[in-house]
Ligand binder design. Structure first.
Ligand code: AMP
Length: 581
């Protein structure tokens, strides 16, 4: 058997190692269930070398004997001090690589000699050479240095036939870059790249820290003098930020943060996603400007881009997907874990070099969107069944997400919560999976926030709860088999097809027309639903045509123009038949 080659993402904040086994990628656990090694190196009290989490933990207390972000110095001439010895950046990186190599060897049960290591697309030759040297110091022959966006694209598109252009939007803890990547029959190349290597999730944390400090100052407490208090506030800010990626509110609670005149000061403050999004909007604007600069560098316009792939933990911030979709009209993909996709892609490249057959990373995702409905504007008009998606399609499962809706009337005592599956902005065009009442709400003015939470597990069990934020009053339902309901679309298509066979049979004149229209509508919807599901497996040309036909059908349905349905439905059925055979 050929010698294994490992794939390494040597990151500024975190590093990971992955390997291909039997054609499948595994990102190897550093500690049980946890595949991320913080890129920190330190010396313990007794002079022992610390790598990863233990080094990160001592950073706040002993910055003089802890090194972080060594990647920023790669290729430079400066040495760094650790205890009373100085080291080159290559040596510090080699300590991280050596730990990853040991972890891979323990996982594989055999020695490892070769690695593919990733670097940012903007790295110069000198920086690449320094990375290669770090590998060699760690006892690894560097089989290839590849660009991080290339690796990310490989994790999604290994073995992709045909051509495609994607944007890889990578927002980590401290760096941002966006790359235009061309994929041509499995050859992946970076066409242009732009970014800011001092922008990332840490800046988002800093905004929340500022907000918390202001809040404390408002109570005549200044925590900025206390290193320990600031360290706790910084951690709490990151925790709050992460919570707000999945829910509309979070509460920051830090007890006994400080003492003032001998009495303890507690920090307790609620933060809403809306407030947080306002704080970081400027940063997101900046990243979107970088997208345009990268596109310009590649001589392309947004319309030439097939989709965006998200990389880096900070891209879990929902505002990022929303802005990329709304402002640029792009399809955003985030199925592959954004912290791990670069390591996974490095392993795929390594596997290819070792002569293994490898496929893109496979993850369990929900192929449909699930959500509720609320009174909101649809096409500029207030509409009672505006769809509020909660779990978006292509989200990895298991997943729990929540959002907030509000009561409409003063003293409103009950709300009816609907649960839908589907993609249509009009909830009534989606499939209703269930509904339930929440009663005995507080008799308060309109605008009482109700938090709706959806939890979907791998077995297709969906739990939906609704909680009155003010009181915690909660009601929930469980819906089984929401994933196997995907076959429902197929059943519907089949039913509609069989119905259509009978459509020409003679019917009593007065009912015939409306029944046929009704059937035709059901059939058209089922066809559209199926086509949307198969879009990903179609070639680019077919996909374009399918999208046009889907739009044609939707337009005709929207106008109740049944004769206009015939042509696009026939054409779409043909493509689907061909796609499935
Ligand atoms: P990376 O450098 O790619 O590991 O990204 C690390 C950054 O992602 C840090 O700033 C984290 O706080 C941030 N991050 C991790 N998970 C989330 C999340 N669920 N929502 C928002 N930011 C996150």
């Amino acid at each position: 058997m050929a010698e294994k080659i490992i794939g390494i993402d040597l990151g500024t904040t975190n590093s990971e190692v992955a390997v291909v086994d039997n054609g499948r990628v595994t990102v190897i656990d550093i500690t049980s269930g946890h595949p991320i090694l913080p890129s920190f190196v330190g010396l313990a009290d007794d002079g022992a070398i610390l790598v990863g989490e233990p080094a990160r933990n001592q950073y706040v207390l002993y910055p003089e004997r802890t090194i972080k972000s060594i990647k920023r110095r790669m290729g430079g001439a400066d040495q760094v001090e650790l205890g009373d010895t100085t080291y080159t950046p290559q040596e510090i990186s080699a300590i991280i690589l050596r730990r990853l190599k040991d972890i891979a060897e323990a996982h594989l049960g055999e020695p490892v000699h070769k690695a593919v290591i990733t670097v940012p697309a903007y790295f110069s030759d000198t920086q690449r050479q320094a990375t290669r040297e770090a590998g060699e110091i760690a006892g690894l022959e560097v089989a290839r240095i590849i660009n991080e966006p290339t690796a990310a694209a490989l994790s999604y598109e290994a073995n992709h036939q045909g051509h495609k252009k994607v944007l890889v939007y990578d927002l980590g803890g401290g760096t941002f870059d966006v790359s235009v990547v061309g994929i041509e029959d499995n050859v992946v190349e970076v066409l242009a790249s732009h970014g800011n290597n001092h922008l990332g999730g840490d800046d988002f944390d800093a905004k929340i820290v500022e907000h918390l400090v202001e809040h404390l100052k408002g109570q005549n407490v200044d925590p900025t003098e206390s290193r320990k208090a600031m360290a706790r506030i910084t951690r709490a800010a990151e925790t709050a930020k992460i919570a707000l990626s999945d829910q509309p509110y979070t509460r920051v609670e830090e007890e006994y943060l400080l003492e003032r005149d001998g009495t303890p000061v507690n920090l307790s403050l609620e933060l809403s996603r809306d407030e947080y999004e306002d704080m970081i909007t400027g940063y997101i604007d900046e990243t979107l400007e970088a997208v345009h600069i990268a596109l310009k560098g590649a001589n392309l316009t947004v319309s030439a881009i097939d989709e965006v792939l998200l990389v880096g933990g900070a891209t879990r911030t929902p505002l990022i997907t929303r802005r990329l979709e709304e402002d640029l009209g792009l399809t955003v993909r985030a199925e592959v874990n954004p912290d791990l996709c670069v390591a996974a892609g490095a392993a795929i490249q390594a596997g290819m070099l070792a002569g293994e057959t490898v496929s893109a990373v496979l993850v369990d995702i929900t192929p449909y969107t699930f959500g509720t409905s609320a009174v909101s504007e649809l096409n500029g008009i207030p509409y009672p069944f505006t769809y509020v998606p909660i779990i978006h399609k292509n989200t990895p499962i298991p997943v729990t997400k929540s959002d907030v809706v509000y009561t409409m009337h003063d003293r409103q005592e009950a709300v009816l919560v609907h649960v839908y599956q589907g993609e249509d902005p009009d909830a009534l065009n989606n499939i209703e999976l269930g509904q339930f009442f929440v009663e005995n709400l507080s008799k308060v003015p309109a605008g009482n926030p109700i938090i709706i939470q959806f939890s979907l597990d791998l077995n297709g069990i969906m739990n939906v709860s609704a909680r009155e934020k003010k009181t915690g009053l909660e009601k929930s339902i469980r819906i089984d088999n929401v994933l196997s309901r995907f076959q429902e679309g197929e059943l519907k298509t089949a039913r509609a097809r069989v119905d259509a066979l009978f459509a020409d049979e003679e019917k009593p004149a007065e009912t015939a027309k409306s029944t046929t229209d009704h059937q035709l509508t059901a059939q058209a919807r089922a066809l559209v639903e199926k086509a949307e599901r198969l879009l990903d497996s179609a070639t680019e040309d077919d996909r374009e045509e399918m999208i046009n036909l889907i739009e044609g059908i939707k337009d005709a349905l929207g106008n109740n123009d049944f004769p206009a349905l015939a042509a696009p439905m026939a054409a779409l059925s043909d493509i689907l038949f061909y796609l499935e055979s």
